[in-house]
Design a protein around this ligand. Structure first.
Ligand SMILES: *[C@@H]1O[C@H](CO)[C@@H](O)[C@H](O)[C@H]1NC(C)=O
Ligand SMILES: *[C@@H]1O[C@H](CO)[C@@H](O)[C@H](O)[C@H]1NC(C)=O
Ligand SMILES: *[C@@H]1O[C@H](CO)[C@@H](O)[C@H](O)[C@H]1NC(C)=O
Ligand SMILES: *[C@@H]1O[C@H](CO)[C@@H](O)[C@H](O)[C@H]1NC(C)=O
Ligand SMILES: *[C@@H]1O[C@H](CO)[C@@H](O)[C@H](O)[C@H]1NC(C)=O
Ligand SMILES: *[C@@H]1O[C@H](CO)[C@@H](O)[C@H](O)[C@H]1NC(C)=O
Ligand SMILES: *[C@@H]1O[C@H](CO)[C@@H](O)[C@H](O)[C@H]1NC(C)=O
Ligand SMILES: *[C@@H]1O[C@H](CO)[C@@H](O)[C@H](O)[C@H]1NC(C)=O
Ligand SMILES: *[C@@H]1O[C@H](CO)[C@@H](O)[C@H](O)[C@H]1NC(C)=O
Ligand SMILES: *[C@@H]1O[C@H](CO)[C@@H](O)[C@H](O)[C@H]1NC(C)=O
Ligand SMILES: *[C@@H]1O[C@H](CO)[C@@H](O)[C@H](O)[C@H]1NC(C)=O
Ligand SMILES: *[C@@H]1O[C@H](CO)[C@@H](O)[C@H](O)[C@H]1NC(C)=O
Length: 821
């Protein structure tokens, strides 16, 4: 108690002893004992001495003089306490002067000509700003000239056109803030990375940015609590890249400092108390290229360096002396090299790829927006391509020549496919190998037989006929990933109890193939039960399809299948229960739509896009949903979207990109033109549906029941008309039309219009859509005319529900009820 009183009174005395200053002006300077403070008093700007020296420097610190985030006179210390910080006589520069009025540091603005005065103040972010009093223009700021610390809202950048960079540079030693050997910068602008340099040599790299994380930066370090991640923006068609980072909320603060020995130190505070300090580089494998070209580093091994499989040390003696600088060379020559050198190609001995799991991707990546299969083919067809990898965010990554700075990580990272000669692939058999075509075919055949038998087991009881196209679509591809036995089985009597014997009061919906009931398991878990109606033949197929498709999918934007129940005649799917019904329930209701403000709608749009991206790319199964619409977007307790209803989805095989079907399933208004007209579907058909959905979410209007003065137009046509008249702003639902968000909303509309373009090829992929939504791509192409700009009135399928399918017809159409479930 006494102690607290004492502390309080000391504080009080300091407060009255010296009024806190917030600015430096032409009439107000600071001396060695004075500071200026940020408005919230977290940052101070003033004089300090680093550890083990009496030299005086002027700088900015966070809370405590030991946490310096910026230094002015780093190259020219003051020897005593006679210094001042002031505004220059000509009213343009901030100066640090010593006792003899020598300039020790200057903000060094030469092109500022003004008759007005300037004022320096410290913002709550830690940015020291010099402002023109008259115009308020910022004429200089410390965030544009960082020292060794990277702070939230400070932006490091690299502009290839002007050559301008904003870097951080280390101190020489902990006692000397002069520019040291290490600097941190933004590099490899096509797929940006953060680099730490030891003078001119790379010392550490973060790995490429994939839209969410730097692949190769282990999550347990920087992504440990208290950091809300980085954000990377590319401007001017990618020639300017900016990187910044954020804290989860205003209670937190963090700094990323490049220390004088080249380490990245992340320090976090919560409510002004230091809560964590982490050094990013943990072991020798973090030193750039330590194992030399074509080597790979694993700190769990001893020695840490090994040659990649199929490679051997270039200089064995040096390698054995643990001098890895020369790296490794290929043991057996590649087929493609033999062909190039006019040696005879060995038939059946094509080059292949060996998978190296969870690795930090090597430096000098080249990137292209193509599918995983095209990526592999592209690499295979180019003899200088030595490896490829695929990431949903970056898409195709390839490397040529040296593979430098490969590090094996325990969990994160990427799967690298290293090109190897046939003989090396054949010798190696550690199971990670990406086998040659013949073996793939063999596995597919065996797996197909297994799955067909399993599926037949379920199918045979009810349905004599199986659909050729459905069977092939569901069963080819990565079939060995689908194991029905992995799916938990529920007992019928438990489900019956949970749903009050399928009481009508528990019924929450009617799907294509039966009813949906709400239930509660004895442990309190709420479930939704989809019960296959006994009468539905079509439904059985969809049921099986849904089991196969969804049993292996897990993503927070997909509804989660908890298990199934197959007993006698009964077939049921058990899902997590979504308390908030589906999106259409909110979006098209004049009262409930008020609950969906723009932030919520954006969050729903982003969620759906991530869920779809997962289906198309990340799940390894490659799934086309084919029936995306508001009633198939369920909302959880926080109104987060979950894509549901996989009854019509299709799994795609390795090389297929497009399917063709004689049986059109889906919902008019959401189906792409090539699908409706020709039965062609691909990922781009889902992109089309997504575009329609997006425009519906923004306009709050249903595409299919669209009414306006111009009766002939659909929502797409209406949006297109407004776009061309530069009136697109009036498409926005008045409920969300807030000037603060209009720019964001217009960007989304632009994305929506790109998605509904008539020509499938011109629509972006979901990966591109996600990047556009994240603002990683800022310049969008102009959309071309959307499909279906005329309203399709009186279409025969428009109001029918589940038209029974005639297997003899060549163009059967199954349309789900437009009103949804
Ligand atoms: C801090 O900033 C707020 C908002 O700009 C302002 O109202 C307040 O007067 C400032 N406080 C000080 C001490 O400058
Ligand atoms: C400061 O000096 C002491 C005594 O010479 C030494 O032990 C310590 O390591 C120095 N600290 C730093 C950060 O250089
Ligand atoms: C500042 O940090 C130093 C070293 O970490 C510590 O000893 C000192 O108590 C801190 N001062 C304040 C006011 O928190
Ligand atoms: C100040 O600017 C001039 C020219 O613009 C330049 O030559 C000089 O090196 C700069 N000084 C400092 C300390 O940056
Ligand atoms: C600049 O500041 C000085 C001292 O406060 C004052 O006398 C002068 O009028 C100011 N000039 C302008 C243009 O505001
Ligand atoms: C930023 O770092 C790069 C690479 O080390 C260097 O060439 C450049 O001069 C640095 N720029 C600044 C402003 O420090
Ligand atoms: C920085 O570089 C100089 C010259 O290359 C070297 O003498 C010094 O030891 C280096 N310092 C560190 C911390 O690596
Ligand atoms: C940085 O480079 C210098 C000179 O090349 C070298 O002597 C020093 O050991 C390097 N520092 C580190 C930490 O690797
Ligand atoms: C910030 O987040 C923490 C942890 O989630 C929470 O305890 C705290 O109240 C939040 N602070 C603010 C200002 O939102
Ligand atoms: C490692 O090998 C390189 C190239 O042969 C040589 O220049 C270097 O001095 C060697 N390093 C050591 C520590 O022996
Ligand atoms: C390979 O053979 C072709 C035709 O026989 C010849 O034109 C070419 O120069 C040869 N290339 C090499 C590398 O020998
Ligand atoms: C590493 O392997 C690639 C591909 O085989 C080769 O082009 C390169 O020369 C190798 N690097 C070294 C240093 O031998």
């Amino acid at each position: 108690m006494l102690h607290i009183l004492f502390t309080l009174s000391t504080l009080y005395m300091i407060k009255i002893g010296e009024a806190t200053m917030y600015t430096i002006t032409s009439s107000q300077f600071i001396t060695d004992s004075q500071t200026i403070s940020s408005n919230d008093s977290t940052f101070k700007f003033g004089f300090f001495s680093p550890i083990n020296t009496t030299n005086r420097y002027v700088g900015i610190w966070y809370l405590n003089e030991s946490d310096i985030v910026w230094v002015a006179n780093r190259e020219k210390p003051l020897q005593d306490s006679s210094g001042v910080v002031t505004i220059s006589d000509d009213n343009t520069n901030l100066l640090v002067l010593d006792g003899q009025k020598h300039v020790m540091w200057s903000s060094n603005i030469s092109n500022f000509k003004s008759n007005s005065n300037v004022t320096a103040h410290l913002e709550n972010t830690g940015n020291l700003v010099l402002q023109d009093d008259n115009t308020g223009a910022i004429i200089w700021e410390s965030f544009k000239h960082p020292s060794n610390a990277f702070l939230p809202s400070l932006i490091i950048s690299n502009d290839q056109i002007t050559g301008e960079r904003i870097n951080v540079t280390s101190w020489k030693t902990p006692s000397d803030p002069a520019t040291g050997n290490f600097s941190g910068s933004v590099e490899r602008l096509r797929v940006p990375e953060i680099f730490i340099w030891n003078e001119t040599k790379p010392y550490w790299r973060s790995g490429p940015w994939n839209g969410q994380v730097f692949i190769g930066l282990p999550n347990n370090l920087l992504y440990i609590a208290y950091l809300d991640g980085f954000s990377v923006t590319r401007e001017d068609s990618g020639s300017l890249v900016k990187i910044t980072f954020a804290m989860p909320n205003s209670s937190y603060f963090g700094t990323i400092v490049v220390s004088s020995d080249g380490k990245i130190v992340y320090t976090a505070w919560m409510n002004r108390i230091q809560v964590g300090k982490h050094v990013v580089q943990q072991n020798k494998c973090d030193v750039y290229g330590i194992c030399g070209p074509n080597g790979s580093c694993d700190f769990k091994n001893s020695p840490i360096c090994t040659c990649l499989t199929g490679f051997e040390p270039k200089n064995v003696d040096e390698w054995n002396r643990q001098n890895w600088t020369n790296g490794c060379v290929r043991k057996a020559s590649l087929q493609c090299e033999r062909v190039k050198n006019n040696e005879s190609a060995l038939p059946g001995e094509e080059d292949g790829f060996l998978k190296l799991q969870t690795s930090k991707p090597p430096d000098f990546v080249e990137q292209s927006y193509i599918t995983v299969d095209a990526c592999r083919t592209q690499c295979l067809n180019n003899c200088s391509c030595t490896a490829y990898a695929f990431d949903a965010g970056i898409q195709c990554l390839t490397w040529s020549g040296n593979l430098i700075d490969i590090v094996r990580l325990s969990s994160e990272g990427i799967d690298l496919y290293i090109r190897l000669a046939y003989s090396e692939l054949a010798i190696d058999s550690d199971g990670e190998r990406n086998v040659t075509t013949a073996i793939v075919i063999a596995i597919v055949i065996v797996a197909t037989i297994i799955v067909v038998s399993c599926a037949y087991f379920f199918w045979s009881k009810r349905s004599g006929k199986t659909h050729q196209e459905n069977q092939s679509a569901s069963l080819i591809g990565d079939v060995n990933q689908v194991k029905l036995e992995d799916l938990p089985l529920f007992e019928f009597k438990n489900i019956s109890t949970a749903t009050n014997n399928f009481d009508s009061t528990n019924k929450i919906g009617q799907g294509g193939f039966g009813s949906v009931y709400k239930g509660e398991l004895p442990n309190g878990l709420e479930i939704a039960v989809k019960r296959l109606s006994r009468a539905s033949g079509q439904g059985l197929e969809e049921f099986m399809n849904e089991v196969i498709v969804i049993s292996k999918l897990q993503h927070r934007n997909l509804v989660r299948l908890l298990g199934c129940c197959i007993e006698g005649e009964e077939k049921m799917l058990i899902y997590e229960y979504m308390p908030n019904n589906s999106l259409d329930f909110y979006l098209f209701d004049p009262v409930k739509k008020k609950l969906l403000d723009w932030q919520k709608r954006l969050c729903i749009i982003e969620g759906i896009s991530r869920g779809l991206l997962y289906l198309h790319r990340d799940s390894r199964l490659r799934i086309i949903h084919r029936d995306l619409k508001p009633s198939n977007i369920l909302l959880d307790g926080e109104l987060n979207p979950k894509i549901s209803d996989f009854g019509m989805s299709r799994i795609f095989g390795g090389t297929e990109n497009e399917g063709n079907t004689r049986r059109i399933v889906g919902t008019f208004g959401y189906m792409s033109p090539e699908y409706v007209m020709e039965g062609l579907f691909s990922e781009k058909s889902d992109v089309f549906s997504f575009g329609v959905l997006l425009l519906e979410i923004i306009s709050g209007k249903k595409n299919t029941s669209f009414h306006n003065h111009d009766q002939a137009l659909s929502l797409l046509g209406y949006a297109w008309k407004l776009w061309n008249e530069e009136e697109i702003i009036s498409l926005i639902d008045p409920e969300i039309c807030n000037p603060d968000y209009v720019d964001d909303i217009l960007r989304c509309i632009h994305i929506g219009l790109l998605c509904v373009q008539e020509i499938a090829k011109e629509r972006p992929t979901m990966a591109t859509v996600v990047s556009m939504l994240n603002s990683e791509i800022v310049k969008f192409p102009r959309p071309c005319q959307p499909a279906f700009i005329q309203r399709q009135t009186g279409h025969k399928g428009e109001s029918s529900t589940q038209q029974s399918h005639d297997s003899n017809s060549t163009n059967g159409v199954t349309i789900t009820n437009l009103q949804g479930r």
